[in-house]
Design a protein around this ligand. Structure first.
Ligand SMILES: Cc1cc2nc3c(=O)[nH]c(=O)nc-3n(C[C@H](O)[C@H](O)[C@H](O)COP(=O)(O)OP(=O)(O)OC[C@H]3O[C@@H](n4cnc5c(N)ncnc54)[C@H](O)[C@@H]3O)c2cc1C
Ligand code: FES
Length: 285
């Protein structure tokens, strides 16, 4: 029993942040043969660009960007690509199964406060379109015109197209093999939009492979348009304690994942290499 006079131990500021909530899967939607969106019953209160740490009992926790977060239905959704043991196991789960979630963590995309034109561009590659869908929802509700460029190797790798169009965004698709939309890269479409509407965009937001984001940042900057990117590094704690997610002196779980391209472009590791869970370097190609 606790006595009134017992000294109180001060709580670490991380205690609340590190706690899991066990949440049930309420719906699973197959986006394509490689990506599924998992919807959970939980009022996450996330902002576009933030991520959660998702724990499947028996597996490591994995960071996942928030694709949907709705306080009315008290649901959130994560679009997950099957790439290895943990995501493969997740693909075998069903409605009603419960997973541990903590977060939301990290920085968010910021829409221009005093937008001159109220026109913005999203550039998503792979599952990078997931957090940008969430940002599009916020932007459209605030009256922004959104051009959404989505790129993939082929048509069967595209995701969330209907969701993006239903929000009222203008969807532009680029595939490497030309199986849908423009045959080429997202930067080809971005160049066309930025040149044909010169000076009429307030900002560009991107998420996807790092070399793609670097090219998007460079192009946006060349057209005088500010750009935000989402920098992913191997994450373990998710809130600035373990140091695993370091990118040239920046802890990407707290100072990112969302950062201004103008800031991160000076970082020698951005667009160069990332480290795996054991700290080994992998160069981007
Ligand atoms: C901020 C952030 C947001 C992310 N959002 C999404 C998302 O919305 N959808 C999605 O499908 N994936 C997302 N990822 C990537 C996702 O975390 C990895 O695909 C997943 O951890 C792979 O685990 P695995 O066991 O299936 O594969 P593995 O074989 O273990 O790894 C496959 C790849 O994923 C990377 N990876 C593995 N574990 C981690 C980790 N703890 N942190 C970062 N990268 C890791 C590896 O370096 C490797 O490149 C995100 C990563 C970060 C950092
Ligand atoms: S993941 Fe631990 S400090 Fe960023």
């Amino acid at each position: 029993m606790k006595l009134e006079s017992e000294p109180q131990m001060p709580l670490s500021p991380h205690v609340g942040r590190a706690a899991f909530t066990m949440v049930p899967i309420v719906r699973i939607r197959e986006e394509n043969p490689h990506v599924k969106t998992f919807f959970f019953k939980h009022d996450l209160l996330a902002k576009p660009g933030q991520f959660v740490m998702l724990w499947q009992p028996g597996f490591d926790e994995k960071p996942m960007s928030v694709a949907f977060s709705d306080s009315k239905t008290k649901e959130f959704g994560l679009a997950v690509a099957k790439v290895g043991p943990s995501t493969e196991h997740l693909f075998g789960l069903k409605k009603g199964d419960r997973l541990g979630v903590r977060g939301p963590y990290g920085t968010q995309y910021s829409l221009p406060q005093k937008a001159k034109h109220k026109r913005i561009i999203m550039v998503g590659g792979g599952f990078g379109s997931a957090p940008l869908r969430f940002l599009t929802e916020q932007a459209v509700s605030l009256g922004f015109h959104v051009d959404f460029i989505q790129g993939a190797r082929s048509e069967d790798r595209l995701i969330l197209r209907k969701d993006i169009q239903q929000l009222g965004a203008h969807l532009h698709v680029a595939t490497n093999d030309g199986s849908e939309g423009v045959k080429g890269l997202v930067t080809d479409v971005l160049e066309t939009l930025l040149s044909s509407n010169k000076g009429r965009y307030d900002a560009v937001y991107t998420c996807g492979p790092e070399l793609m984001m670097q090219a998007v940042g460079r192009l946006s900057e060349a057209h005088g348009v500010p750009c935000q990117v989402s920098v992913e590094r191997y994450m373990k704690c998710g809130f600035g304690v373990c140091g695993q997610c370091d990118c040239g002196g920046i802890l990407t779980c707290v100072e990112g994942p969302v950062m201004w391209y103008a800031d991160i472009k000076k970082n020698p590791e951005f667009g160069s290499f990332h480290r795996d869970g054991s700290g080994q370097k992998h160069y981007f190609k």
